[in-house]
Ligand binder design. Structure first.
Ligand code: NAG
Ligand code: NAG
Ligand code: NAG
Ligand code: NAG
Ligand code: NAG
Ligand code: NAG
Ligand code: NAG
Ligand code: NAG
Ligand code: NAG
Ligand code: NAG
Ligand code: NAG
Ligand code: NAG
Length: 823
């Protein structure tokens, strides 16, 4: 598909240069001077223009220049660099090249699109793509009425598309994609009857699309990633030359019927994805096209399986994910898909068993297959390993997965499949043991078997050969037993290891720390692990999630955990795993982006699935073990932490005084330990904290006053006999006297007190509002105002000691907390 535009380019080059030559012509002195002046405005750090103005006198022989062999005029200036680039301003000396028909400055850095370009009226080809230009398109450009091709793509141009572009009546190719254009498509563009390629994609263009039947020669229409709305008109159906129709990621709505696509006999790529379109074709419709790429993601197709697909015998990419189809897949469909390079049927309600021969098929390429989130059922037969990605997650497949080793019952000992690198069988009903051979066979990058009923030991071979490193291994929520095999030291590329919710026993192996240096996520929760946390874990400087909760781990929390440098950083750390698949076809999202790991993180007492934001999730969870000793002060260095759960252990000593350094902390659970001492004042500075539990310890003293700490319910502090102050009902000793100074004093002194209070009141309201605003700002982002102000304000509150006001504050704080938990 990409080939089309370059074909056009070649065609045009031929067209323009019937009169070009760099042999006969001798350049004209004024034009030579103009070129030298143009060069002066440029920084040429890569010596791209070294031939200009050196010993070579004839400018027609300079690099990038072509002259007419009839007139000697410079007609072509092509400075598209192969390596490096030019930088500077486009000098108005270019106006000296009055006969210029071809100007390609793409991929250089010019920043400004000068209006005088509009005076080069002979121009037929103008390419300023990717030249870092900013600002609006100057009106003067409309004067280029001879222009055949205009490419301004990949800049930062803004404003609306000028109406005067409608004056470029010869235009065949118009590319304004990947800028910041807004406003509507001007009506005048209808004047461009010769248009063959129109690319407005990846801007912020809004409004409706003009009647497309006005562009009878159109071959490519790219409108994706804008804010276009309204319905697509039936005029579109007349474009019998149209090969690419990509309107994805807009807000188009309404029905698409047979007549919308009636005469599109040349169509090869159709992309309606991510709109609000319903496809309602008659059941007998036989389209006149034969598509390569069919992208209908998130359109409404169902509930019936689209029958017209049966006529599409050559498709290579098909995305019908999330289209509301609930019919079973008809048998003819499987026969059509041998050719396929990308097949996404995910998020429908297919209930089929998949025909055995389909799984065994030798696909022509090495396709990406995503059948996840359906109700496919049956046993998994043996697979051939031609796939790059096979995603069968969230279905009802059952039985064992020994097929990974077998072909018709015999073990494929030396079979080394060459492609399969992403295998996701999670969330099915698979059972039985993992076959022992398979790691030798499959060069997997990502293996996800989570949430099945798999059992037995984790086989030695799980990571396969050392040359192809598995990077993400999800085995959580099965019934695996036994110790972690030492052979896993070959998993040296592992970044994510999730073995949670199994019955894995023994100690946490020291080699996890020494041999898996890239680990970012380690989850071993809810297993049967015993022994100490090995100090070697502190070697894992990239670690961002450490979850060892719900085991029988003993000993102390290692002090060296300040070695987790990624947890000490507040910025996102997660890097997605690059996808092996490089697509050759045009539509934007099918160029599968990098693989993004998903992880269920228990956090604030909820389990949440994190994907793209996983890099910000930095959590330590050691709860429900048998840890003793003190909470190491070093933990307060981990400033990126958003969750810390040490609850349900036997920890003693105090809460580290500097706990307030954990500025990102949203959840802190230290409950059910043996902690003593006071609650550190610094805790009030944690403005993002929305979940707190300190209950069932031996904490004592007064709960520090601060919007955060009073906003939690009393249960956050319960079970600490010597703790007092709000939100607990227990009043602190010494507070009663100042609680309400007015009570029982109706004498002069009392009046003065009253008076003083009423004077202070406006201040009080101001500071209350301030506190509320400060708290509110903290809701989803960083605290903009100094938090020390808030403390001052609470100390002030303390002084005036008015219960009513405190009650108001607490009500507000609760309100705030509700906001926060929604973030
Ligand atoms: C000019 O050059 C073109 C292509 O190089 C050639 O076909 C044409 O005959 C030349 N014309 C003259 C007058 O030399
Ligand atoms: C070109 O080189 C000059 C001098 O070394 C330098 O100041 C300038 O930043 C360079 N420009 C580019 C685009 O690299
Ligand atoms: C413009 O230049 C870019 C980059 O050099 C190229 O990819 C593109 O095909 C050109 N556009 C046209 C219309 O020739
Ligand atoms: C070019 O266009 C501008 C604005 O559209 C106009 O004012 C000007 O007269 C035009 N110049 C020429 C030489 O046609
Ligand atoms: C969309 O445009 C932005 C610049 O506006 C660019 O960075 C990005 O790569 C473009 N995306 C695509 C898919 O072309
Ligand atoms: C399209 O969006 C514009 C705002 O961008 C709005 O004014 C207009 O009503 C919308 N049209 C339709 C048909 O939704
Ligand atoms: C459809 O295309 C055919 C030629 O391919 C033409 O004769 C016919 O008029 C077209 N119909 C419409 C409605 O454009
Ligand atoms: C399939 O489509 C869904 C959206 O409908 C998307 O989330 C998923 O990433 C796609 N699968 C692949 C392998 O591209
Ligand atoms: C597998 O075995 C069955 C009989 O058990 C046989 O019919 C079939 O052809 C075999 N398939 C392959 C791929 O060898
Ligand atoms: C499988 O599909 C689901 C849903 O589209 C997605 O979350 C998961 O990342 C996919 N797995 C792989 C290995 O592509
Ligand atoms: C922890 O060990 C105790 C015995 O010391 C045992 O009763 C308990 O079941 C174990 N719990 C877990 C989660 O392994
Ligand atoms: C901290 O990490 C570095 C780098 O992995 C390691 O050399 C060092 O031994 C670690 N420190 C401790 C105390 O484990």
């Amino acid at each position: 598909m990409r080939g089309l535009s370059s074909q056009l380019l070649l065609l045009m080059l031929g067209l323009l240069c019937t009169q070009c030559s760099n042999s006969e012509a001798i350049c004209i002195e004024e034009e030579k001077q103009a070129l030298l002046e143009f060069k002066q405005g440029l920084e040429d750090n890569y010596s791209l223009l070294s031939s200009w103005g050196s010993h070579e006198e004839d400018c027609c022989k300079w690099k990038g220049i072509k002259c007419s062999n009839q007139t000697g005029h410079v007609v072509m200036l092509d400075l598209r660099p192969v390596d490096g680039n030019l930088q500077g301003e486009i000098s108005s000396s270019l106006l000296g090249l009055k006969h210029l028909v071809y100007l390609d400055l793409s991929l250089n850095h010019f920043f400004i699109l000068p209006s005088f370009i509009g005076s080069l009226t002979k121009l037929q080809y103008l390419n300023l793509s990717n030249t870092k230009m900013v600002g609006n398109i100057p009106q003067q450009l409309g004067n280029l009425s001879s222009l055949i091709s205009l490419d301004l793509s990949l800049n930062e141009l803004e404003g609306s598309i000028p109406k005067v572009l409608g004056n470029m009546v010869s235009l065949v190719h118009l590319d304004l994609s990947s800028n910041n254009f807004e406003g509507t498509i001007p009506q005048t563009l209808e004047n461009l009857y010769n248009l063959q390629v129109l690319d407005l994609s990846n801007n912020s263009i809004s409004g409706e699309v003009p009647d497309l039947s006005k562009f009878p020669l159109l071959r490519e229409l790219h409108l994706s990633k804008n804010r276009l709305n309204g319905s697509l008109t039936k005029g579109m159906g007349k474009l019998s030359k149209l090969q690419i129709l990509d309107v994805s990621s807009n807000s188009f709505e309404g029905d698409i019927t047979d007549s919308h696509l009636l005469n599109l006999s040349s169509l090869k790529l159709l992309d309606f994805s991510y709109n609000f379109l319903s496809l309602k074709f008659s059941s007998t419709w036989v389209p006149r096209f034969n598509l390569d790429t069919i992208a209908l993601r998130s359109c409404k197709l169902g509930p019936a399986f689209p029958k017209w697909l049966q006529t599409q015998k050559n498709f290579m990419q098909l995305d019908m994910s999330n289209t509301g189809i609930s019919d079973p897949i008809p048998n003819w469909f499987w026969d059509l898909s041998w050719n396929v390079g990308y097949l996404n049927l995910s998020r429908n309600q297919f209930t089929n068993t998949i025909p055995l021969q389909w799984f065994l098929a030798r696909f022509i390429g090495s396709p990406i297959i995503d059948l996840s989130f359906n109700r496919f059922r049956g046993l998994l037969p043996q697979l051939n390993f031609d796939w790059t990605v096979l995603n069968l997650s969230n279905n009802l497949f059952q039985g064992s997965i020994t097929f990974l080793c077998e072909t018709n019952g015999s073990v494929k000992a030396n079979y080394m499949p060459s492609y399969l690198s992403y295998l996701d069988l999670s969330d099915n009903l698979l059972s039985g043991e993992l076959p022992y051979c398979w790691g030798n066979m499959v060069p997997l990058t990502v293996l996800n078997l989570a949430n099945n009923n798999l059992s037995g030991r984790i086989p030695d071979s799980i990571c396969g050969s050392t040359t192809h490193g598995i990077q993400s291994l999800h085995l959580q929520n099965n019934s695996f037993i036994g110790e972690l095999p030492r052979s896993m030291i070959t998993c040296s590329s592992l970044r994510l290891l999730d073995l949670g919710e199994n019955r894995i026993s023994g100690r946490i192996p020291t080699w996890i720390g020494t041999r898996l240096p890239h680990l970012m996520i380690l989850r071993l929760s809810s297993n049967l692990l015993i022994g100490h946390i090995p100090l070697q874990l502190c070697h894992l400087t990239s670690l961002q999630i450490l979850d060892l909760s719900q085991n029988n781990i003993t000993g102390t929390i290692p002090q060296c955990l300040n070695n987790f440098t990624v947890m000490a950083q507040t910025q996102s750390s997660y890097v997605s795993i690059p996808h092996p698949y490089i697509s050759s076809f045009g539509t934007s999202f099918l160029l599968t982006s990098d693989y993004v790991d998903n992880l269920l993180v228990t956090f604030k007492e909820k389990s949440l699935e994190y994907g793209k934001t996983l890099g910000l999730v930095k959590v330590i969870n050691l709860s429900s073990n048998k840890l003793k000793g003190e909470i190491p002060r070093e933990i307060t260095n981990l400033r990126g932490l958003i969750g810390l759960n040490l609850s349900r252990n036997f920890l003693t000593g105090i809460i580290p005084q500097d706990i307030g350094y954990l500025e990102r902390l949203e959840s802190l659970d230290l409950s059910r330990n043996l902690l003593s001492g006071i609650i550190p004042q610094s805790l009030v500075t944690l403005s993002l904290l929305s979940h707190l539990s300190l209950s069932n310890n031996n904490l004592s003293g007064k709960i520090p006053l601060g919007t955060q700490l009073q906003s939690f319910s009393a249960s956050a502090y319960a079970g600490n006999e010597n703790l007092c102050g709000l939100p607990l009902l227990k009043i602190c000793l010494g507070d009663e006297a100042t609680q309400d100074p007015r009570i029982g004093s109706n004498n002069g002194e009392g009046n003065i007190q009253e008076h003083a209070n009423s004077n202070e009141r406006p201040w009080f309201y101001i500071s209350m509002a301030l506190g509320f605003i400060v708290g509110f700002l903290g809701v989803c982002g960083s605290l903009l105002l100094k938090s020390s102000w808030r403390h001052a304000y609470f100390q002030y509150l303390e002084r005036i000691g008015d219960r009513l006001y405190k009650a108001i504050i607490i009500a507000m704080a609760k309100l705030l907390r509700n906001f926060k938990t929604q973030c």
